[in-house]
Design a protein around this ligand. Structure first.
Ligand SMILES: NC(=O)c1ccc[n+]([C@@H]2O[C@H](COP(=O)([O-])OP(=O)(O)OC[C@H]3O[C@@H](n4cnc5c(N)ncnc54)[C@H](O)[C@@H]3O)[C@@H](O)[C@H]2O)c1
Length: 446
């Protein structure tokens, strides 16, 4: 359980609209800070199951304990009746999805629909907080929707969420910063309530206007994605020139201006719900505003090419892939989550299948989601050594702890051939060589 020092409590009636990753973590965390939190999602099955307790729609460390604790305490509840949630909430957080349209622009229809539905039930002043990642100007669009239905003042606040899946509860309760953007004519009471809600977290709060808050989320995600593609580009050069990107990355991180936490880890590239979609959304925003997005498009292109580079390395190591058994270690887009949305593994698996390989998937929690995509086109193993039996190659795509600690002496005895493709550069090439493996990392002087 994540523990934070709570010197103060917050005790507002809060509504959460959209109970996905962001909605559920926001709801459970705000309930844990002392607020009374009522949730609504259009997925009524999800609401009913959550209200029964001991059930989560996805895997996220520490979340089950937090949800169960606050459900029991009566601070957290799930409804299929939006009117009830709106009527009983002073502050309403909108956490619905903002997917990409075909042309890469952000589809705001979920936000607009949710706001229209909330506005219809609004008959007294409320604070509407947009937590979803939205393009600049969205708060103004939402404000117009509210004005159509409710004549009083509704303050639309932009409060982008920076949580990280896989450590979402911790990254919410121990956030690096909170960003709150207000409209021009915001009531002082609104600002006070927003600060009160977050004050138990004892974290820096950046208070600004709506547009700055909205863009700050894109700028952060796009910067992190750029770091990943930057180091991947260096890695590819390392593969050509015989340098080792892992050492280069450590040398770069030792520079305090770069920092040891920099996202400079070469590998299979980024995936997940946020980085790819936010990159696409930002590229469209550049284009709409007359700026040349070539630089951002390169970041995206390098990222996608990493998936192909992994397949090329497998081909180089195994020759023809037809009939070869290849184990994929890690399907989720990052460790400690079962989220496989836009995961690099999906592209690699599809390419291997098209080349006629027999693919075995191994993951501690994401196999149920993988089954929905690949059905019987692949086989599934929860247990690592079981998966490795008789395999020609193992390809590490997600750096789960359990894969960091594989006993390679044992693995070598189980596998038919001795090929390891390290798509996250987590292994020591010398150790693997000693165990009898041929090691292929990303930019590691193979
Ligand atoms: N997942 C992350 O790590 C993360 C982190 C920070 C920000 N974000 C942003 O937060 C937003 C939500 O992301 P997510 O991962 O939680 O999405 P999600 O797809 O997991 O959840 C969205 C939920 O909204 C519900 N919904 C859709 N329309 C609705 C409506 N009209 N009324 C009520 N519920 C409705 C859906 O049923 C779904 O359960 C996105 O904008 C995303 O970019 C996500």
């Amino acid at each position: 359980m994540i523990k934070i020092k709570k010197t103060k409590k917050s005790s507002y009636n809060i509504g959460i609209i959209g109970v996905g990753w962001v909605g559920l973590i926001t709801a459970a965390s705000l309930a844990d800070l002392g607020n009374k939190v009522r949730c609504f999602d259009v997925d009524s099955k999800r609401m009913n199951n959550l209200q029964k307790g001991s059930w989560l729609p996805f895997y996220e460390p520490h979340l089950k304990q937090l949800v169960d604790k606050n459900l029991k305490a009566g601070r957290l509840s799930f409804y299929i009746n939006l009117e009830h949630v709106v009527e009983n909430s002073q502050v309403i957080f909108i956490c619905v999805g903002t997917p990409s349209r075909k042309n890469g622009s952000v589809d705001l229809s979920y936000i607009k629909n949710a706001c229209q539905d909330i506005a219809k039930y609004t008959n007294e002043s409320k604070i509407i907080v947009i937590k979803s990642t939205v393009p600049t100007g969205t708060a103004e669009i939402v404000s117009k929707i509210f004005k159509r239905y409710y004549k009083g003042q509704t303050d639309i606040v932009s409060n982008p969420e920076f949580l990280q899946e896989g450590r979402a509860v911790e990254s919410f309760l121990k956030a690096d910063r909170i960003v709150i953007g207000y409209p021009g004519l915001c009531k002082p009471a609104t600002k006070k309530i927003m600060k009160d809600i977050y004050s138990p977290l004892k974290v820096s709060i950046f208070e600004t206007n709506n547009r700055t808050a909205e863009m700050s989320k894109y700028a952060s995600n796009v910067f992190l994605a750029t770091e990943i593609s930057f180091i991947n580009n260096i890695a590819n050069l390392c593969d050509e020139t015989g340098a080792d990107v892992k050492i280069i990355s450590d040398i770069m991180k030792a520079d305090k201006r770069i920092g040891y936490k920099a996202f400079l880890n070469a590998g299979a590239g980024y995936g997940g719900l946020c980085f790819p979609k936010d990159m696409r959304g930002f590229i469209r925003a550049y284009e709409r505003n007359g700026y040349d997005p070539t630089f951002l498009k390169m970041v995206e292109k390098i990222n996608l090419s990493q998936r192909t580079i992994i397949v090329k390395k497998i081909r180089k190591a195994l020759g023809k892939l037809k009939g070869k058994t290849i184990v994929i270690l890690g399907i989720s887009f990052k460790p400690n989550t079962d989220d496989i949305r836009d995961a690099p593994s999906l592209t690699v698996i599809e390419k291997l299948l098209s080349a006629g390989a027999q693919v075995r998937l191994c993951d501690p929690v994401a196999l149920h989601n993988a089954k929905a995509v690949f059905n019987n086109r692949v086989t599934y193993n929860f247990e690592t050594y079981e998966a490795l039996k008789g395999a020609h190659a193992a390809v590490l795509i997600t750096e789960w702890d359990r894969y960091k600690n594989i006993d390679f002496m044992r693995a070598r005895k189980l596998m038919k051939k001795n090929i390891i493709i390290d798509g996250r550069n987590i292994y020591d090439p010398l150790k693997l060589k000693k165990a009898g493996f041929k090691y292929y990392g990303i930019g590691r002087n193979n």
